[in-house]
Design a protein around this ligand. Structure first.
Ligand SMILES: Nc1ncnc2c1ncn2[C@@H]1O[C@H](COP(=O)(O)OP(=O)(O)OP(=O)(O)O)[C@@H](O)[C@H]1O
Length: 378
């Protein structure tokens, strides 16, 4: 999957930008506050209809304007182009388009433009609360198991109904047991999709970490399914029914699942330096891209904001090598044009975009210091 062109209107400090072509590796460089992250935000808006910082649409829209719009063309290698469009309004309204026709759900965009973000907020994968890790897990399963999303929707419906039954008095017993049975079946299936995905993901993650950070100790990725693994989900729900009634909600299930990275028996977030944490995060994100390629024959697109921060040159290079090995399209930001020169000098399919006060200009290859001939002439 690759983004082939992008039009940006009123996204943060970018009033208007028309980018008619991209390479596989796209480096956006410019001074602090120039608008590099805003380009990544625009791409994220196109694929997810929201900011990657989880903030409201208001923060994406250029100050003083009522809306922002992004339009782009994506294509699978050898496949037909798809035109996507997203408009967000200050009042919270959102309008999505695929091939010019209104799209009903964000999942349609996600399917066409699968994105992986590596930025400062990605640390939440290790140090944040479980929803960030469930989101990571769900993203992966969604892209390789087509039965996951409808099951996830069904599960949400069941748990909502069961929780509302739990809050009512005992007259609702019959209704409650119907929803509990439905929930047990749906949760069990959801868990089996996640477990199958996890079984493939964990070894990929370990071998990536062997390359990114070989001196790290015994590394383990663990999946907690959200209830006692010796029980079926139905049994676990039966065991907690009385306490669920008291509390008024369902306490166990896939909605409580979590992932844990463990090193020599200790939680990664407790023992790793900030740079090492960043490498683990890169390992997790790269493993998902690899698995998506292996299982779904689809490429995701990497949005990488300020990779060099927290990483020394050697580890920076290793992450770039892994991105390169994946063959995925990458949009990556840095301050100076030469910041990523070592990493990408061999890349054949490279484009450089200079960003200044919200204006984006593609540098021709002759103008870039990453061009081997130009670099040699300096
Ligand atoms: N809604 C908005 N409307 C207008 N300008 C905005 C809005 N939100 C942020 N900005 C401004 O856009 C500019 C570009 O921000 P951006 O995060 O893209 O910079 P950057 O090039 O990634 O910088 P850095 O290297 O510091 O990370 C900043 O000056 C920021 O204050």
């Amino acid at each position: 999957m690759a983004l082939q062109q992008l039009n940006i209107h009123r996204v943060r400090n970018i009033q208007a930008a028309s980018l008619p072509r991209f390479a596989r590796i796209n480096v956006c460089f410019g001074e602090n506050g120039s608008g590099k992250t805003s380009i990544l935000e625009a791409i994220h808006l196109l694929g997810m209809a929201r900011s990657f910082r989880g903030t409201s649409a208001r923060t994406l829209i250029t100050h003083g304007h009522p809306d922002c719009i992004v339009q782009g063309a994506v294509a699978r290698s050898g496949g037909a182009r798809k035109l996507l469009g997203v408009q967000r309004l200050l009042n919270g309204e959102v309008s999505l388009r695929v091939q010019g026709a209104p799209a009903r759900a964000v999942s349609e965009l996600v399917d066409h433009l699968p994105l992986q973000v590596i930025n400062a907020d990605s640390f939440a994968l290790l140090t944040g609360s479980p929803p960030a890790r469930r989101q990571y897990l769900n993203w992966g399963v969604f892209h390789v198991e087509h039965r996951f999303f409808p099951e996830w929707q069904r599960f949400q419906r069941c748990i909502k109904q069961r929780n509302s039954g739990l809050r009512r008095d005992r007259l609702a017993d019959r209704e409650l047991s119907v929803w509990t049975r439905e929930l047990a079946e749906s949760g069990q299936r959801l868990n089996s999709y996640r477990q199958a995905y996890f079984a493939d993901l964990a070894p990929l993650f370990r071998s990536l970490m062997d390359r990114l950070l070989p001196q790290l100790g015994e590394l383990e990725l663990r999946l907690r399914q959200g209830w006692d693994k010796r029980l079926s989900y139905g049994e676990a729900l039966a065991a907690t029914l009385a306490s669920d009634r008291e509390k008024g909600f369902t306490q166990v299930g896939p909605q409580r699942a979590d992932l844990k990275v463990v090193i020599d028996g200790r939680a990664a977030e407790d023992v790793l330096s900030r740079g090492q944490q960043k490498l683990v995060i890169c390992g997790l994100k790269l493993a998902q891209g690899q698995l998506m390629q292996d299982r779904a024959q689809k490429q995701c697109i990497y949005l990488v904001d300020d990779l060099p921060s927290e990483l020394d040159a050697q580890h920076n290079r290793r992450v770039c090598e892994e991105l390169d090995r994946l063959g995925a399209q990458v949009f990556i930001t840095c301050v100076a044009q030469d910041d990523l020169a070592d990493q990408w000098s061999q890349a054949q399919d490279l484009a450089m975009f200079h960003v200044e006060h919200g204006e984006v200009t593609e540098q021709s290859f002759g103008e870039t210091s990453l061009d081997p001939a130009a670099a040699g002439a300096k």
